[in-house]
Design a protein around this ligand. Structure first.
Ligand SMILES: [Zn+2]
Length: 290
Protein backbone atom coordinates (compact mmCIF):
# COMPACT_ATOMS: atom_id res chain seq x y z
CA UNK A 1 0.00 0.00 0.00
CA UNK A 2 2.95 2.31 0.71
CA UNK A 3 4.04 2.04 -2.93
CA UNK A 4 0.51 2.74 -4.15
CA UNK A 5 0.33 5.82 -1.91
CA UNK A 6 3.73 7.06 -3.03
CA UNK A 7 3.04 6.76 -6.77
CA UNK A 8 -0.64 7.60 -6.84
CA UNK A 9 -0.13 10.76 -8.92
CA UNK A 10 2.66 9.33 -11.05
CA UNK A 11 1.63 5.89 -12.25
CA UNK A 12 -1.25 5.35 -14.67
CA UNK A 13 -4.44 3.92 -13.24
CA UNK A 14 -4.06 0.64 -15.09
CA UNK A 15 -0.70 0.02 -13.33
CA UNK A 16 -1.99 1.01 -9.89
CA UNK A 17 -5.02 -1.22 -10.42
CA UNK A 18 -2.85 -4.20 -11.32
CA UNK A 19 -0.46 -3.57 -8.39
CA UNK A 20 -3.38 -3.68 -5.93
CA UNK A 21 -4.98 -6.77 -7.45
CA UNK A 22 -1.68 -8.67 -7.75
CA UNK A 23 0.26 -7.68 -4.62
CA UNK A 24 -2.08 -6.30 -1.97
CA UNK A 25 -5.44 -8.06 -2.25
CA UNK A 26 -4.00 -11.61 -2.29
CA UNK A 27 -2.35 -10.93 1.09
CA UNK A 28 -5.72 -10.00 2.58
CA UNK A 29 -7.37 -13.06 1.11
CA UNK A 30 -4.94 -15.77 2.17
CA UNK A 31 -7.04 -18.36 3.99
CA UNK A 32 -10.15 -16.24 3.43
CA UNK A 33 -12.46 -19.27 3.49
CA UNK A 34 -11.36 -19.92 7.08
CA UNK A 35 -11.91 -16.45 8.50
CA UNK A 36 -14.99 -15.47 6.45
CA UNK A 37 -17.13 -15.44 9.60
CA UNK A 38 -14.78 -13.55 11.89
CA UNK A 39 -16.03 -10.48 13.78
CA UNK A 40 -17.34 -7.70 11.53
CA UNK A 41 -15.07 -5.34 13.46
CA UNK A 42 -11.96 -7.24 12.33
CA UNK A 43 -13.12 -7.75 8.74
CA UNK A 44 -13.91 -4.03 8.51
CA UNK A 45 -10.16 -3.36 8.89
CA UNK A 46 -9.60 -5.22 5.61
CA UNK A 47 -12.50 -3.40 3.95
CA UNK A 48 -10.89 -0.10 4.97
CA UNK A 49 -7.70 -1.06 3.14
CA UNK A 50 -9.65 -1.90 0.00
CA UNK A 51 -11.51 1.42 0.30
CA UNK A 52 -8.24 3.34 0.53
CA UNK A 53 -6.98 1.47 -2.54
CA UNK A 54 -10.20 2.39 -4.36
CA UNK A 55 -9.46 6.07 -3.69
CA UNK A 56 -5.82 5.77 -4.74
CA UNK A 57 -6.41 3.80 -7.93
CA UNK A 58 -9.34 5.89 -9.17
CA UNK A 59 -7.76 9.18 -8.10
CA UNK A 60 -10.98 10.22 -6.33
CA UNK A 61 -10.91 12.72 -3.48
CA UNK A 62 -11.31 11.63 0.12
CA UNK A 63 -14.96 11.51 1.26
CA UNK A 64 -16.20 10.65 -2.24
CA UNK A 65 -19.38 8.55 -2.03
CA UNK A 66 -18.35 4.93 -1.48
CA UNK A 67 -21.20 3.63 -3.62
CA UNK A 68 -20.17 5.75 -6.60
CA UNK A 69 -16.54 4.75 -6.15
CA UNK A 70 -17.43 1.05 -6.11
CA UNK A 71 -19.39 1.47 -9.35
CA UNK A 72 -16.45 3.34 -10.88
CA UNK A 73 -13.86 0.65 -10.13
CA UNK A 74 -16.10 -2.45 -9.97
CA UNK A 75 -14.00 -4.53 -7.63
CA UNK A 76 -16.15 -7.09 -5.84
CA UNK A 77 -16.45 -6.63 -2.06
CA UNK A 78 -13.95 -8.68 -0.06
CA UNK A 79 -16.84 -10.42 1.72
CA UNK A 80 -18.19 -11.62 -1.63
CA UNK A 81 -14.76 -12.91 -2.61
CA UNK A 82 -14.49 -14.80 0.71
CA UNK A 83 -17.84 -16.40 -0.10
CA UNK A 84 -16.36 -17.42 -3.49
CA UNK A 85 -13.42 -18.97 -1.62
CA UNK A 86 -15.77 -20.93 0.63
CA UNK A 87 -17.92 -22.35 -2.16
CA UNK A 88 -14.84 -23.11 -4.25
CA UNK A 89 -13.42 -25.02 -1.26
CA UNK A 90 -16.63 -27.06 -1.09
CA UNK A 91 -16.61 -27.65 -4.84
CA UNK A 92 -13.11 -29.12 -4.50
CA UNK A 93 -14.20 -31.33 -1.60
CA UNK A 94 -17.24 -32.62 -3.50
CA UNK A 95 -15.25 -33.30 -6.65
CA UNK A 96 -12.44 -35.11 -4.86
CA UNK A 97 -9.70 -32.50 -5.18
CA UNK A 98 -9.12 -32.81 -1.41
CA UNK A 99 -8.65 -35.94 0.77
CA UNK A 100 -11.78 -38.10 1.05
CA UNK A 101 -12.10 -37.70 4.83
CA UNK A 102 -13.26 -34.14 4.14
CA UNK A 103 -15.97 -35.42 1.81
CA UNK A 104 -17.03 -37.96 4.42
CA UNK A 105 -17.42 -35.19 6.99
CA UNK A 106 -20.13 -33.49 4.88
CA UNK A 107 -23.77 -33.97 5.92
CA UNK A 108 -26.08 -35.97 3.62
CA UNK A 109 -27.55 -34.38 0.50
CA UNK A 110 -31.06 -33.00 0.81
CA UNK A 111 -33.80 -35.31 -0.28
CA UNK A 112 -36.06 -33.17 -2.42
CA UNK A 113 -38.78 -34.60 -4.59
CA UNK A 114 -37.57 -32.37 -7.40
CA UNK A 115 -34.55 -34.24 -8.72
CA UNK A 116 -32.67 -31.24 -10.14
CA UNK A 117 -33.15 -29.34 -6.90
CA UNK A 118 -31.65 -32.26 -5.02
CA UNK A 119 -28.36 -32.16 -6.86
CA UNK A 120 -25.50 -31.16 -4.60
CA UNK A 121 -27.67 -29.46 -2.02
CA UNK A 122 -26.85 -30.42 1.56
CA UNK A 123 -28.75 -30.65 4.79
CA UNK A 124 -27.62 -27.82 7.03
CA UNK A 125 -25.52 -29.35 9.80
CA UNK A 126 -27.02 -29.21 13.27
CA UNK A 127 -25.12 -27.03 15.69
CA UNK A 128 -25.47 -26.02 19.29
CA UNK A 129 -22.70 -23.47 19.29
CA UNK A 130 -22.07 -20.44 17.06
CA UNK A 131 -18.38 -21.37 17.01
CA UNK A 132 -19.20 -24.56 15.08
CA UNK A 133 -21.79 -22.82 12.86
CA UNK A 134 -19.14 -20.29 11.76
CA UNK A 135 -16.45 -22.88 11.08
CA UNK A 136 -15.52 -23.65 7.52
CA UNK A 137 -17.70 -26.67 6.63
CA UNK A 138 -21.08 -25.56 8.06
CA UNK A 139 -20.70 -21.99 6.86
CA UNK A 140 -19.49 -23.08 3.40
CA UNK A 141 -22.49 -25.39 3.15
CA UNK A 142 -24.98 -22.64 3.91
CA UNK A 143 -23.37 -20.40 1.23
CA UNK A 144 -23.24 -23.35 -1.18
CA UNK A 145 -26.94 -24.12 -0.73
CA UNK A 146 -27.78 -20.53 -1.65
CA UNK A 147 -26.06 -20.80 -5.05
CA UNK A 148 -28.40 -21.07 -8.02
CA UNK A 149 -28.87 -24.59 -9.31
CA UNK A 150 -27.17 -23.96 -12.65
CA UNK A 151 -23.95 -23.00 -10.86
CA UNK A 152 -24.02 -25.57 -8.06
CA UNK A 153 -24.23 -28.41 -10.56
CA UNK A 154 -21.22 -27.37 -12.66
CA UNK A 155 -18.60 -30.11 -12.46
CA UNK A 156 -15.52 -28.40 -13.90
CA UNK A 157 -13.74 -26.13 -11.43
CA UNK A 158 -12.67 -23.47 -13.97
CA UNK A 159 -16.18 -23.19 -15.39
CA UNK A 160 -17.61 -23.05 -11.87
CA UNK A 161 -15.33 -20.12 -10.94
CA UNK A 162 -16.06 -18.33 -14.21
CA UNK A 163 -19.82 -18.67 -13.78
CA UNK A 164 -19.61 -17.41 -10.19
CA UNK A 165 -17.94 -14.24 -11.49
CA UNK A 166 -20.46 -13.83 -14.30
CA UNK A 167 -23.37 -14.24 -11.91
CA UNK A 168 -22.23 -11.95 -9.10
CA UNK A 169 -19.54 -9.53 -10.33
CA UNK A 170 -19.99 -6.61 -12.69
CA UNK A 171 -17.36 -6.68 -15.44
CA UNK A 172 -14.56 -4.10 -15.09
CA UNK A 173 -14.62 -0.97 -17.24
CA UNK A 174 -11.24 -0.82 -18.98
CA UNK A 175 -12.23 2.44 -20.68
CA UNK A 176 -11.98 4.26 -17.34
CA UNK A 177 -8.32 3.25 -17.06
CA UNK A 178 -7.39 5.08 -20.20
CA UNK A 179 -5.46 8.34 -20.37
CA UNK A 180 -2.66 10.26 -18.67
CA UNK A 181 -3.07 10.40 -14.91
CA UNK A 182 -4.18 14.05 -14.74
CA UNK A 183 -6.93 13.75 -17.37
CA UNK A 184 -8.08 10.35 -16.12
CA UNK A 185 -8.30 11.57 -12.51
CA UNK A 186 -10.19 14.74 -13.47
CA UNK A 187 -12.59 12.74 -15.62
CA UNK A 188 -13.16 10.21 -12.80
CA UNK A 189 -13.80 12.96 -10.23
CA UNK A 190 -16.58 14.38 -12.40
CA UNK A 191 -18.10 10.89 -12.82
CA UNK A 192 -18.10 10.25 -9.06
CA UNK A 193 -19.60 13.70 -8.39
CA UNK A 194 -16.78 15.16 -6.33
CA UNK A 195 -14.58 17.29 -8.56
CA UNK A 196 -13.23 20.83 -8.30
CA UNK A 197 -16.31 22.20 -10.09
CA UNK A 198 -18.08 24.61 -7.74
CA UNK A 199 -21.35 22.69 -7.91
CA UNK A 200 -19.63 19.62 -6.44
CA UNK A 201 -17.53 21.59 -3.92
CA UNK A 202 -20.68 23.35 -2.72
CA UNK A 203 -22.40 19.99 -2.12
CA UNK A 204 -19.52 19.13 0.21
CA UNK A 205 -19.73 22.56 1.93
CA UNK A 206 -16.31 23.57 0.65
CA UNK A 207 -17.26 26.80 -1.17
CA UNK A 208 -19.93 29.43 -0.40
CA UNK A 209 -21.59 29.30 -3.84
CA UNK A 210 -22.17 26.58 -6.47
CA UNK A 211 -21.90 29.13 -9.28
CA UNK A 212 -19.32 29.46 -12.03
CA UNK A 213 -17.18 32.58 -11.35
CA UNK A 214 -17.37 33.45 -15.04
CA UNK A 215 -21.08 33.04 -15.87
CA UNK A 216 -22.76 33.17 -12.45
CA UNK A 217 -24.71 29.98 -13.24
CA UNK A 218 -24.37 26.71 -11.29
CA UNK A 219 -21.05 25.19 -12.34
CA UNK A 220 -22.35 21.68 -12.96
CA UNK A 221 -20.56 19.14 -15.18
CA UNK A 222 -23.12 20.00 -17.89
CA UNK A 223 -22.22 23.70 -17.57
CA UNK A 224 -18.50 22.94 -17.77
CA UNK A 225 -18.70 20.66 -20.82
CA UNK A 226 -21.47 22.37 -22.81
CA UNK A 227 -22.30 25.91 -21.64
CA UNK A 228 -19.52 27.89 -19.93
CA UNK A 229 -18.57 30.95 -22.04
CA UNK A 230 -14.98 30.74 -20.94
CA UNK A 231 -14.26 27.51 -22.83
CA UNK A 232 -16.05 28.05 -26.15
CA UNK A 233 -13.00 27.47 -28.37
CA UNK A 234 -11.95 24.28 -26.55
CA UNK A 235 -15.58 23.04 -26.63
CA UNK A 236 -15.96 23.55 -30.40
CA UNK A 237 -12.84 21.46 -30.94
CA UNK A 238 -14.08 18.65 -28.65
CA UNK A 239 -17.61 18.57 -30.11
CA UNK A 240 -16.27 18.65 -33.65
CA UNK A 241 -14.05 15.64 -32.97
CA UNK A 242 -16.80 13.66 -31.21
CA UNK A 243 -19.25 14.42 -34.02
CA UNK A 244 -16.72 13.21 -36.56
CA UNK A 245 -16.28 9.90 -34.68
CA UNK A 246 -20.04 9.37 -34.35
CA UNK A 247 -20.83 10.34 -37.94
CA UNK A 248 -18.14 8.16 -39.47
CA UNK A 249 -19.78 5.20 -37.69
CA UNK A 250 -23.32 6.16 -38.70
CA UNK A 251 -24.34 6.86 -35.11
CA UNK A 252 -26.93 9.58 -34.64
CA UNK A 253 -26.54 9.95 -30.86
CA UNK A 254 -26.81 13.44 -29.45
CA UNK A 255 -23.69 14.50 -27.60
CA UNK A 256 -24.85 14.31 -23.99
CA UNK A 257 -23.14 14.48 -20.62
CA UNK A 258 -23.55 10.72 -20.32
CA UNK A 259 -21.71 10.20 -23.60
CA UNK A 260 -18.88 12.54 -22.58
CA UNK A 261 -18.51 10.83 -19.18
CA UNK A 262 -19.01 7.17 -20.05
CA UNK A 263 -18.62 6.69 -23.82
CA UNK A 264 -21.19 4.54 -25.57
CA UNK A 265 -21.73 0.84 -26.16
CA UNK A 266 -22.49 1.63 -29.79
CA UNK A 267 -18.79 2.31 -30.41
CA UNK A 268 -15.95 -0.20 -30.26
CA UNK A 269 -13.40 0.06 -27.42
CA UNK A 270 -10.88 1.69 -29.80
CA UNK A 271 -13.35 4.34 -30.94
CA UNK A 272 -14.50 4.98 -27.38
CA UNK A 273 -10.85 5.67 -26.59
CA UNK A 274 -10.73 8.18 -29.44
CA UNK A 275 -13.85 9.83 -27.99
CA UNK A 276 -12.20 9.88 -24.56
CA UNK A 277 -9.09 11.49 -26.05
CA UNK A 278 -11.24 14.38 -27.29
CA UNK A 279 -12.76 14.80 -23.81
CA UNK A 280 -9.37 14.57 -22.09
CA UNK A 281 -7.95 17.16 -24.48
CA UNK A 282 -10.83 19.50 -23.47
CA UNK A 283 -10.09 18.86 -19.78
CA UNK A 284 -6.37 19.61 -20.22
CA UNK A 285 -6.68 22.69 -22.44
CA UNK A 286 -9.39 24.38 -20.35
CA UNK A 287 -6.99 24.24 -17.39
CA UNK A 288 -10.02 24.26 -15.08
CA UNK A 289 -8.47 21.38 -13.10
CA UNK A 290 -11.86 19.79 -12.56
ZN1 LIG B 1 -19.20 29.28 -16.71
Amino acid sequence: MGILRKFKYKLPRVVLNQCYLSYVRPLMEYGGALFANEDDKDLKLLDNIQMEALHIVSGAKKKTSHDLLKKEVNWPDLSLRRTFQQVTFLHKVIHNKYPTYLYKSLPPMRDHSNRTERKYKFNTPLFDHAFYRDSIIPSSISKWNELPNHIRTIQKLDTFKLMLKREYVEPPKPLYHYGDRYSQMSHTRIRVKFSNLNFHLFNYNLVPSPNCPNCNLPETPNHYFFICNKFTAERIKMLHEIERILRSNNINNKITLDLVLHGTEKLSHTLNIKLLEAVHSFIRTTGRNP
